[in-house]
Write a protein that binds this ligand. Structure first.
Ligand SMILES: [Zn+2]
Length: 349
């Protein structure tokens, strides 16, 4: 079925029970929280600069500088991470996300903010528990390597996780920040160590038209359970075939700012790699990444899959099921969630 833009699309994308697998805690910060932390820190940003993050212009404002300043100036206490986490989970729930595996970069928190890993992890876990009991949303934490920092710091991050185990809440590792010239091979040791200790693995790879070899290395050498972005795999048909065969789940981001920045507006929707990934039948799952700083949310992102990239209702059902396959929840939960999704989509066939 081809979907015409209609009132049902919002209803479907908002109401479908969703999991989220690719979202960065700092990229979920609410405007008022950002303004408040900024005020408390003596205003390293002007209000105007902060407000600019919350407007999705044709050339988006890069979010990485905001993340660095959150680490170095604005996040001061473990309770700040509690607040970010609870507010994120509240916002996610308002778009019918019932389960999320979200990322946080411990290195910045520990080294720049000066908050010990144990306290930071505890604050996030407390917020997860509070949200679970008040809002009925389940949050799980992915500790993400800052790839602009050294391989040694990445191993150190995994060592913090091993020394402070919280297997209920902290279940995996990832890697993010700017990928250019910071290929995944730099972080082999950190991934091997995390795998040895039973953590699940994901990695940003092939995000900024960076070489397809980054995706291949993440899949074959880091042995990731899923891939974040993965777009440049499209430059290697054999790799695409391998990933199709392995049924590897790829978390994609409709609002990805690299393509918004580099493709002309008139070609953006037709040339965005997500369009091709849908056609190839890759096992993709749409995600919000940095929702508030990209002026987006899960409902909008799921709508974009249809409105911009040509997905159908059947594709939306498939994406929903891909999310269940790709998440790290217990199998018994997944069985029920698959049934819920199939029931939901029966009404739209
Ligand atoms: Zn991301």
């Amino acid at each position: 079925m081809t979907v015409e833009p209609n009132r049902h699309l919002y209803e479907i994308c908002h109401n479908v029970p969703k999991v989220e697998l690719h979202c960065h805690l700092f990229g979920t910060i609410r405007k008022n929280t950002f303004l408040e932390f900024n005020e408390r820190a003596g205003k390293p940003f002007t209000d105007k600069e902060i407000l600019a993050f919350y407007i999705r212009g044709e050339k988006p404002v890069g979010v990485l500088r905001a993340f660095r300043t959150l680490d170095s100036r604005l996040i001061k206490y473990a309770r700040d991470l509690y607040r970010l986490t609870f507010e994120y989970l509240e916002d996610a729930k308002s778009h019918n996300i019932h389960y999320t595996e979200f990322s946080w970069n411990p290195t910045g928190t520990v080294i720049s903010s000066g908050i010990p890993f144990k306290d930071a992890q505890r604050a996030i876990a407390d917020a997860i528990e509070e949200a679970h009991s008040k809002l009925r949303i389940t949050g799980r934490l992915i500790c993400a390597i800052d790839r602009e920092d050294s391989p040694e710091r990445a191993v150190q991050m995994v060592d913090w996780m091993i020394a402070n185990p919280d297997p209920i809440h902290t279940i995996g590792i990832g890697i993010d920040y700017r990928e250019t010239n910071r290929g995944p091979q730099l972080f082999f040791d950190a991934y091997a160590r995390a795998k040895e200790y039973g953590f699940k693995l994901t990695a940003h790879a092939g995000e900024f038209e960076t070489p397809w070899q980054n995706v291949q290395y993440a899949v074959n050498s880091l042995q990731v359970d899923r891939v974040d972005h993965g777009y440049s795999m499209l430059h290697n048909p054999e790799l695409v075939q391998q990933i199709l065969k392995e049924q590897k789940v790829i978390t994609v981001v409709p609002t990805n700012s690299y393509y918004l920045r580099t493709l002309p507006r008139s070609q953006w929707a037709s040339k965005h790699p997500i369009r091709q990934m849908i056609k190839l039948g890759l096992k993709i799952h749409p995600n919000s990444d940095d929702p508030t700083l990209h002026d987006s949310n899960s409902t909008k992102d799921w709508m974009m899959m249809v409105e911009c990239f040509g997905a159908t209702i059947e594709d939306l059902e498939r994406f929903s099921l891909n999310g269940i396959d790709g998440c790290w929840a217990p199998d018994e939960s997944k069985l029920q969630w698959r049934e819920d999704i199939k029931d939901f989509f029966k009404h739209y066939k």
